[in-house]
Write a protein that binds this ligand. Structure first.
Ligand SMILES: Cc1ncc(COP(=O)(O)O)c(C=O)c1O
Length: 497
């Protein structure tokens, strides 16, 4: 039986009569979007052209032209004597158009019904990882999920669940599970040079929440925040979402230079930095730049958000200590995550907060999201305390070194003269610059068609004239797949010549 007809989803926003897009085409776009987004499900009978023309305030001819277009493209079909129906089966290429349709709907959202922050965040281009499947080589930021000790982890989780099941059902402390905070403090001191006690640590659901929380506690709408140019796009989105005005500061081989005029004239209250492994270029902030930045914060009553996202993996020199450990004035809010060292779906990270801010952070943690799920916090505390974390890191360092070397070998073999490797000393990706004349979006699209994923360097740029390059993740693919992916990259770059 045919489903009940409706015109509601596409009739609620008025059409734009003054637009250069013809009215029939606007109607067609609305209906097509409603079908692809599932608001009009397959088999639904559409209202008559007369009724829809009435609902939308257009002529019947306009309505019929829109219907003709939809029928021609296979979105709807007419059945003699019984009306027009959404096609029962949408061909795959139409379903693929779903994603492309979303922006149409966004444009139709009445901007006046959104806050200024809501509108600003809608314009940020945050990359959303797709559903789990076979991970494509070069996806940046994904660790070696194939190497994670699944059965050990499952045993720990099952044991926690069995032994403490009732206790796990209740609300938990906003600052996090105390033994996990102790274990993190014990790890951060010797391995990252962070000076902290467990009661300075707040457990959060990853760096993304740490940024959101920090922005809400420290910033008022319109406040300026210094960000590195280039900068992690999700961090930008979180800061913009808090109403911040971003002031990009160029990064060179020694990191962000706080003495640049843009920084000194900005009146910024916060600086967001990645000193150990600049995202995305991979450089390390020099000691003199670090001291200058700390000095700036102390003199200007400003805060530094230190994102130490993948500092566990360094291949060339000894690990570089955290900025937080050099801070004599308690101006640094240090953020770490288990997303890279373990796996991103864990959604556990931590903030080390200066004692004076502790109450505000914990109260805010409670106000926005209460606490991080207890089961995983407890399993993770055991994982750290029993030495599994340290063992896993050791194993992963050598696995990543092998993967990184395979990537560099492949680049030298297949992409010589086509790319310039920016820095490969640490982390889980390598940034490469493309030779003059190449467009990184175009290259990334071509790679995507050949089963290889890469993030464009230009998408991490805030200002108007980005360099063209790619971020090549080597964490999640085996050496042979990385080698093969560099061969494909070489082909794509030559074809784009
Ligand atoms: C610069 C940077 N910071 C932090 C993260 C980790 O974020 P989260 O802990 O929210 O998974 C990433 C992930 O790619 C990143 O690139």
């Amino acid at each position: 039986m045919a489903k009940k007809s409706t015109s509601a989803p596409f009739a609620s926003v008025p059409l734009e009569e003054s637009s250069s897009t013809p009215l029939y085409y606007q109607v067609y776009q609305r209906l097509r979007a409603a079908i692809l987004l599932g608001q009009l499900s397959p088999g639904t009978r559409l209202p008559s052209t007369r009724q829809m023309a009435n609902d939308l305030g257009v002529s019947r001819n306009t309505m019929m032209s829109a219907f003709d277009q939809l029928i021609a493209e296979g979105y709807v079909e007419g059945r003699v004597g019984s009306g027009t129906f959404v096609s029962p089966t949408l061909p795959e290429e139409l379903l693929e158009a779903r994603l492309k349709t979303r922006p149409i709907l966004q444009i139709q959202t009445n901007p006046r019904s959104l806050s200024a922050r809501g509108q600003a965040i809608g314009k940020t281009s945050v990359t959303v990882a797709g559903p789990a499947g076979r991970l494509r080589p070069f996806i940046p930021g994904i660790p070696a999920l194939d190497q994670f000790p699944m059965s050990l982890w499952s045993r720990l989780v099952a044991r926690r669940w069995r032994d403490e099941s009732r206790g796990l059902l209740n609300y938990g402390p906003a600052a996090g599970h105390p033994p996990l905070r102790e274990a993190i403090a014990a790890y951060l001191g010797p391995s990252r040079g962070v000076q902290c006690k467990p009661d300075q640590i707040v457990i959060v659901s990853g760096t993304q929440q740490a940024l959101d929380l920090s922005a809400r506690v420290l910033l008022d709408p319109g406040d300026s925040v210094l960000v590195e140019e280039y900068c992690y796009s999700a961090a930008r989105a979180a800061l913009i979402g808090a109403g911040a005005r971003l002031v990009p500061i160029k990064v060179d081989d020694a990191g962000l230079d706080i003495s640049t005029p843009a920084a000194s004239s900005s009146n910024a209250r916060v600086a967001y930095v990645t000193p150990s492994h600049q995202y995305p270029l991979g450089t390390t902030m020099s000691a003199s730049r670090r001291f200058a930045l700390l000095d700036w914060a102390a003199r200007n009553d400003a805060w530094i958000l230190e994102d130490d996202y993948d500092s566990e993996f360094r291949y060339i020199s000894r690990p570089v200590g955290a900025l937080q450990g050099m801070d004599a004035h308690d101006r640094v809010i240090y953020m770490g995550t288990f997303s890279k060292a373990l796996f991103p779906a864990l959604r556990v990270g931590y903030i080390v907060v200066p004692p004076a801010l502790w109450n505000n952070f914990v109260q805010s943690r409670f106000a926005f999201d209460l606490f991080t799920p207890t089961l995983y916090q407890r399993a993770l505390a055991e994982f750290l305390k029993q030495g599994h974390f340290a063992r896993h890191l050791r194993r992963m360092r050598s696995a990543y070194l092998e993967r990184r070397d395979a990537l560099l070998r492949g680049l030298a073999l297949h992409c010589r003269d086509q790319v310039q490797v920016h820095n490969s000393d640490a982390g889980l990706h390598v940034a490469v610059l493309l030779r003059e004349g190449l467009d990184d979006h175009d290259v990334a699209t071509r790679l995507g068609r050949r089963g290889v994923a890469a993030l464009t360097l230009s998408s991490s740029f805030v200002g108007p004239t980005p360099k063209q390059g790619l971020l090549l993740g080597f964490g999640c693919a085996e050496p042979e797949r990385l080698l093969e992916a560099t061969r494909i990259l070489g082909d794509v770059l030559r074809e784009s010549a």
